[in-house]
Design a protein around this ligand. Structure first.
Ligand code: ZN
Length: 145
């Protein structure tokens, strides 16, 4: 993967889908993240990644928010079009700065924003993995018989 993300400049309000996803993330994010909900009404997208993912950067009063050394507000996992993705909402200096959606497998195929119902936490991922791990010895036992 390339460190320099290619993308295109945009200037548009956030979509209904972006809004509902960010709204959910803020309500399920870090303890202080709900204070960012009031920024949703004036949130403008100024940059969109062009690698095929739906990652966007936001602007503050017309100026793009710098996104170096951003702080994570919410960090979740989800599934979209059968693809396992990660979702991270960032803030910088008290303003929402970017919504990053990345493929866990690093796919370069085009995918959109996940539905809220598909979002899961890292705790749930650990649970799923431990269930998978529990199944494995059973299978080995059967094979050994
Ligand atoms: Zn991308």
């Amino acid at each position: 993967m390339n460190d320099v993300k290619r993308g295109e400049s945009q200037h548009r309000p956030i979509t209904v889908k972006e809004r509902s996803l960010i709204d959910w993330l803020l309500r399920h994010g870090n303890p202080s993240s709900e204070q960012f909900l009031e920024q949703l009404d004036s949130l403008v997208v100024v940059w969109k990644c062009s690698c095929g993912c739906p990652t966007v950067n936001f602007a503050r009063e017309g100026k793009p928010v710098p996104h170096e050394a951003e702080h994570i507000l919410a960090d979740y996992l989800a599934t979209v079009d059968g693809e396992d993705v990660g979702i991270i909402l960032f803030q910088k200096e008290g303003r929402l700065s970017s919504l990053e959606v990345y493929s866990q497998a690093g796919t370069d195929k085009v995918f959109g924003l996940p539905e809220i119902e598909t979002i899961y936490s890292y705790e749930e991922l650990a649970e799923r993995q431990s269930k998978r791990n529990l199944r494995r010895p059973t299978r080995h036992l059967i094979c050994a018989i």
